[in-house]
Design a binder for this molecule. Structure first.
Ligand SMILES: [Zn+2]
Ligand SMILES: [Zn+2]
Length: 470
């Protein structure tokens, strides 16, 4: 490596302390140093340093080489640069930086000792003043979130510290988060595994601010969706059978893991999804549970032509569109006298809409229950043909009353769907890219999460509520 005279400089203490506080790397290492060294090696005019540039980082000299081979090019536009560096002590590391253009503070005095990360780290760097040195983009150490402190309480707006990223995790700036009935179950203490306090929300759309390690398949700035399934162990008997939705040690976003009723969220990238471009952030949010777990229920219902949907909310209004696009007939069942929901269903192409106790004009091949009302199980069985299926799609339901065996006789099936698999998510997103779903949403500011939940509980929502930031 050849030294580049313009690039040897000392990093400012403020820059170091900033990097030192970033929750970027796993294994206890602080990441971002590679990008910092890149920044430090940049020229004062915003031009990145050439191959072999050196930077004094934490009192050590780091020699930089550009593994992508584009060193020395101007950085007037945003470019992605990958750098490898060797510290003065011989430790090697790599970094990926988004350069726009990059920046450093030259000759800013004393430097303090910092650890160079052993693995690749990625850090978005932004600068708005070409030709001037600028600190890397501020990464938050805390975020504002609407939290559930304990069951049966109201959500409160709090500032919550963001933990350091694990090697598989991403830090997201949340732009939208859907409001799901499951959030009400968490709020009402109906899910025994929920932890408190918790930030609810498992229909998260955000953009990647930072990633925790080299295996994360997302880049800074990329749009990512976070669903309910946040972690699986990969080792239990269910995981080994390919039934990760039933994992015995699963983590659930917004329930056992902090979710997206917040300005920032941390998620395990292995469980995140890319979202089709045709949906903007707010309209994409309901896809991540209402759409995705709804789709798992839809698959479980089989491919019969007549599909009954009990409870015409966020999930049903998406499935109705999908079913219609696939040539099926939707029969919508709502709370008694909910004319608005019945009109909504008919607008979306349902061939019939009525009260949940009603007998539909044709026998159903299958029924999906989104309403958490156990009494709907015998009602749906009564409306379903022999050999048909009744799928309970909610995570919680009131007790199912006893009913005559004749309702089940004839090889009717009652089943439930639990959670989702990642394959469900990928398959649903493929369909959502092809079928022009039109999620109906009501937008609420993050601080108004209680209002959105109240309206959901009262059955007043048309489609899905979505919390938006900014
Ligand atoms: Zn949900
Ligand atoms: Zn497992």
């Amino acid at each position: 490596m050849r030294p580049i005279s313009q690039a040897s400089r000392v990093v400012s203490p403020s820059l170091l302390s900033h990097v030192g506080s970033q929750p970027l790397a796993g294994n206890g290492a602080r990441a971002g140093v590679g990008a910092l060294a890149v920044a430090a090696a940049a020229g004062t005019d915003g031009t990145p340093a050439s191959d072999g540039a050196s930077a004094i980082v934490g009192g050590r000299t780091a020699l930089l080489s550009d593994e992508s081979g584009d060193a020395g090019r101007g950085a007037s536009s945003t470019t992605l640069r990958r750098w490898a560096a060797t510290s003065g002590t011989g430790r090697k590391y790599q970094a990926t930086a988004i350069v726009n253009p990059i920046i450093a503070t030259p000759n800013a005095g004393r430097a303090k000792r910092i650890e160079l990360p052993p693995a690749r780290a990625r850090l978005p760097i932004s600068a708005s003043c070409p030709g001037r040195y600028h600190a890397p983009m501020e990464l938050p150490s805390a975020t504002r979130a609407m939290r559930i402190g304990a069951p049966h309480s109201r959500l409160t707006l709090e500032t919550v510290a963001l933990p350091s990223l694990g090697p598989q995790q991403v830090l997201l700036e949340v732009s939208a988060c859907g409001v799901c009935r499951t959030d009400l179950h968490v709020l009402d203490g109906e899910l025994p595994h929920a932890r408190y306090p918790v930030t609810p929300g498992h229909e998260i759309v955000g953009r990647v601010l930072a990633v925790g390690g080299p295996d994360v398949p997302f880049e800074a700035g990329e749009r990512v969706g976070v669903p309910w399934l946040g972690f699986t162990c990969g080792e239990c008997r269910y995981c080994k059978l390919g039934l990760e939705n039933l994992c015995e040690r699963a983590g659930f976003t917004g329930c056992t893991l902090d979710g997206g009723y917040a300005e920032h969220a941390i998620a395990d990238a292995r469980y995140c999804f890319r979202i089709p471009d045709r949906y903007d952030d707010a309209h994409a949010a309901p896809l991540l549970c209402a759409g995705l777990i709804g789709y798992r229920a839809y698959e479980a219902a089989g491919d019969g032509r007549n599909l009954g949907l009990y409870g015409f909310g966020a999930a049903a209004h998406l499935l109705a569109q999908m079913a219609r696009a696939q040539g099926r007939q939707v029969f919508a069942f709502t709370r008694r006298g909910d004319d608005a929901a019945q009109r909504f269903a008919l607008e979306l192409g349902a061939v019939w809409a009525g009260d949940s106790e009603s007998v539909p004009p044709e026998e159903l091949d299958a029924a999906i229950l989104f309403a958490p009302v156990g009494a709907l199980v015998p009602a749906a069985l009564a409306a379903t043909r022999k050999g048909g299926r009744v799928v309970c799609a909610g995570i919680h339901m009131s007790d199912i009353p006893s009913f005559p065996y004749s309702l089940l006789w004839g090889e009717r099936t009652v089943t439930s769907v639990a959670n989702l698999t990642r394959e469900d998510g990928r398959e649903f997103m493929r369909i959502a890219a092809d079928v022009d779903l039109a999620p109906a949403i009501e937008r609420y500011a993050l601080a108004d999460a209680n209002v959105a939940l109240d309206r959901l509980r009262a059955g007043k929502l048309r489609g899905a509520a979505v919390l938006t930031t900014g």
